[in-house]
Structures are given as C-alpha cells and as structure tokens.
Design a protein around this ligand. Structure first.
Ligand SMILES: [Zn+2]
Length: 231
C-alpha cells in the first residue's frame, strides 16, 4: 500500500526544484484527538512531514513557515546553511526523530528570520506533541511553553482573524496551554475570556468548562495536600 507520494517544491533559498515525501491524506488514520487538538495517528504521522528540507542547501520551510525569503533574511541564515549536516535523506521516508529534527529546523529558521508569532507557536506546539508521543515530558513542557508564549504574543499583536484563526479558538488554545503548563492564574483569565465570548460552538464550550472544573478541583486537592504536609 502506498502511503507516501513525492511532492514537488522549489526551494525559497537556492531556488532548486526537488521532490520530498508527503503522506497521502486519504490514507491518514486519526485514532484520537486530545484536548489541545493533538491528533494521534495510526500508521503514518503527518507531523513528521510538515517541514520540507531542501536536499540541495538544507533550508527548512513548510506551507506556512519560512516561505518568503528576501536578501535581509538570507543573510541571517548563512551560518545555518554552512553548518547543517546530514540532511539530504530527509526528502525520503522519515522516522520520529527525523520528524522532530525537521520541525526544530523549521522553528530555528522561523526565529532567525522573525516569522510571525503564529508560525512559531504552531511549530513549537507540534514539537511538543512529538515529545509527548515519545513520553518525554521535559521536552513537551519546554515546547508547550514556547508555543504558549508565541500564541500570547500573536493574540496581542497579530491580526489572527485575517489568517483564519477564530477568536474563540485562540482563547481556547491559550486556556488549554496554560492549563497544561499549570499556570493557574493565566488559565483562570483565559477561561473567563472564553466563557464570556459569544458564538463559541457548544462542543468547544462544554469541553472547556469540563477541563477548567477538573483543573480547579485538582488544584484544590494539591494545595490542600501541601498545606497538610507543611502542617
Ligand atoms: Zn535549497
């Protein structure tokens, strides 16, 4: 059964044409969707193939990330291009480690060329998900934190509705990430904003209410436990 196909791209940096493997969307099987929208796939994991690595120069880009380069930006990535190694095979089938590496390369370039916050937030979140799939909590939390930070900056500074993010979805994501990061005061604020929002789909509102109640209850019991311990 064919699960991957060759997709053609032109590298935004060296302009070479190349093909890279992409999953066939009709063959993707979602087993479970988690509360932060992480999809767990059976078989091919499309997160592994999100970032393209040019096999000629090593530049990392995706559908939303790092696509537009200009001279000023090109100067910022010279050191990256000089130092990247062992990348030509990344146009083929990828392992979980390859997936992690390619997303990190994409994020690294996004930071170098100062891509919008939503781009960096999305890449960080996917890196966190791949760490979660491995059971690496430290890695997951570190990138969830980066993602949260970038989503906050996006919410404050960017016209996120123009790029297709609904306001309630932004608030849900901010609430969800702060809950996962155990930032109680932040979570309280984002959930309050979300609950005051109109036009939130009922399924999203119900899910958010349950998650917030659960988080509050868990917190009460830990605070109680710590007080008991200290007494
Ligand atoms: Zn290239």
């Amino acid at each position: 059964m064919i699960l991957l196909y060759d997709k053609k791209y032109a590298c935004p940096n060296c302009k070479s044409n190349f093909t890279t493997k992409k999953p066939l969307s009709s063959k993707l099987r979602v087993e479970k969707v988690e509360s932060d929208n992480h999809k767990i796939y059976k078989g091919v994991n499309p997160y592994h193939y999100e970032i393209n690595i040019c096999p000629h120069c090593g530049y990392a880009f995706g559908e939303n990330a790092n696509k537009r380069l200009n001279i000023q930006k090109t100067e910022k990535i010279i050191q990256y291009l000089l130092n990247i190694k062992d990348f030509t095979r990344l146009a083929g089938e990828r392992t979980h480690e390859d997936g992690l590496r390619t997303l990190k390369l994409g994020l690294y370039i996004a930071q170098l060329i100062e891509e919008p916050y939503y781009v960096k937030a999305g890449l960080s979140l996917k890196i966190a998900w791949l760490y979660r799939e491995q059971g690496n909590i430290e890695g997951e939390m570190s990138y969830l934190n980066q993602s949260y930070d970038n989503y906050k900056k996006c919410y404050i500074n960017e016209d996120f509705e123009a790029i297709g993010y609904k306001r309630y979805f932004m608030l849900y994501t901010l609430a969800e990430l702060s809950r996962r990061l155990n930032y109680y005061e932040d979570a309280k604020r984002w959930y309050a904003e979300l609950f005051a929002e109109r036009n939130v789909p009922r399924i999203t509102m119900n899910a958010a209410r349950d998650l917030w109640i659960e988080f509050k209850e868990e917190r009460k019991s830990t605070v109680h436990f710590e007080t008991q311990k200290g007494a």
